[in-house]
Design a protein around this ligand. Structure first.
Ligand SMILES: NC(=O)c1ccc[n+]([C@@H]2O[C@H](COP(=O)([O-])OP(=O)(O)OC[C@H]3O[C@@H](n4cnc5c(N)ncnc54)[C@H](OP(=O)(O)O)[C@@H]3O)[C@@H](O)[C@H]2O)c1
Length: 333
């Protein structure tokens, strides 16, 4: 039996194209002692996939010829070291049908209900929203929370959780349909299109009491605008900078750093969700109960088939997705 896989074959110089990848086949991998053989079910499509091509981030840079890296949810075919065959695990299985990993490098998941929720609301992006907003941003009821990438996987959850905590919520997105979705379907108070010619004026009008917490998924010019609009003792949650991923590194950072940080006594703090690993189970239980009570909606964008993976990532970076984008590579048995 062969293992279909998508390899990273050409380092992109500008915007990512599907020619960065190649679909191929390899012999089925064989687990050694202490390793598990997994069958990939759902592959996560993340802006970070593109950032890994630029250089080392929280993981090492990708090398040409590698199987494309990527987080997934998989079924264990051959278990080891307490990871049972038939169980569901999360891990970096890459863009391939089957993968072998050391047992210690997979996360066992006690799945209840929809598997895809462990990729969205109960997965990395839902948890990032939860810890980023509540533990780093720490908004109080009545404050204004501004979030960029707001119709995306992380951003839509940030906005919904901020509403749940009694905040005024303003989202920033790349088109009018996404803006309408946020206000009409998810209860955001306002949404602004960053591609509009009146972007900054629109943002100011949407934040009459200015901004107390800015949850930054994009960096760049939007971060500069947020700095201008933040109130004294405002907070910035530095979650990601997707505006800088799909091309060469930007030459200059936003103006206002450190001047506005100083004068407004802003707290600007980076977030890596894996720092909260010990609290994942507790956060998942809380998020699940909000979903069950109808207080948080699950927003997903699921594509079908391993061959869709390259275009799924290219499309994500172009803003095609609403909610958490993932690709189903196989059905759960
Ligand atoms: N720190 C952590 O632990 C952690 C964990 C997970 C994710 N993240 C970060 O969180 C952010 C969101 O990730 P996600 O997985 O939830 O992805 P996502 O928001 O579902 O998808 C990416 C979105 O980025 C927007 N985008 C693309 N190019 C842009 C640009 N030039 N300027 C502004 N927006 C642009 C697109 O929406 P539009 O149509 O609105 O442009 C697209 O839908 C990323 O920065 C990611 O790296 C961080």
């Amino acid at each position: 039996m062969q293992n279909r896989q998508i390899r990273y074959v050409k380092r992109p110089t500008g915007a990512l194209g599907v020619d960065t990848f190649e679909l191929g086949e390899a012999p089925m991998p064989q687990p050694a002692a202490g390793e598990v053989l997994c069958r990939n079910l759902l592959v996560s499509i993340d802006p970070a996939n593109r950032a890994w091509m630029q250089g080392a981030t929280y993981r090492s840079q990708l090398n040409e010829g590698d199987v494309m890296a990527g987080y997934g949810l998989a079924e264990v075919i051959e278990g080891a070291d307490g990871i049972a065959a038939g169980s569901i695990v999360g891990g970096d299985f890459g863009w391939q049908e089957y993968a072998v990993l050391p047992a210690g490098q997979v996360e066992p998941l006690a799945v209840e209900g929809e598997l895809s929720h462990y990729m969205s609301i109960l997965g990395i992006t839902g948890l990032t929203a939860y810890f980023g907003l509540l533990s780093v941003g720490r908004p109080a009821a009545g404050e204004t929370v501004l979030v960029s990438g707001a119709a995306g996987a992380t951003g839509n959850v940030v906005g919904q959780l901020a509403k749940l905590h009694g905040c005024r919520v303003v989202g920033i997105v790349g088109n009018a349909e996404k803006a309408a979705f946020l206000t009409d379907e998810l209860g955001f108070d306002a949404a602004v299109n960053y591609r509009s010619e009146t972007y900054y004026q629109d943002l100011k009008a949407a934040c009459p009491d200015r901004v107390d917490v800015y949850f930054d998924n994009v960096g760049g010019q939007t971060l500069e605008y947020a700095l201008r609009l933040l109130n004294q003792h405002g907070r910035i949650v530095c979650c990601g900078s997707v505006s800088a991923y799909d091309g060469e590194a930007p030459e200059a950072g936003p103006r206002g750093v450190p001047g506005l940080i100083t004068t407004k006594r802003i707290r600007m703090e980076g977030l890596l969700v894996f720092d909260f690993q010990d609290e994942f189970d507790q956060a998942r239980a809380q998020l699940r109960s909000w979903v069950e009570d109808g207080k948080v909606k699950v927003v997903q964008d699921v594509l079908e088939g391993i061959e869709q993976l390259p275009q799924a990532l290219v499309g994500l970076l172009a803003g095609e997705n609403v909610g958490k984008r993932m690709v189903r590579v196989a059905e759960q048995s």
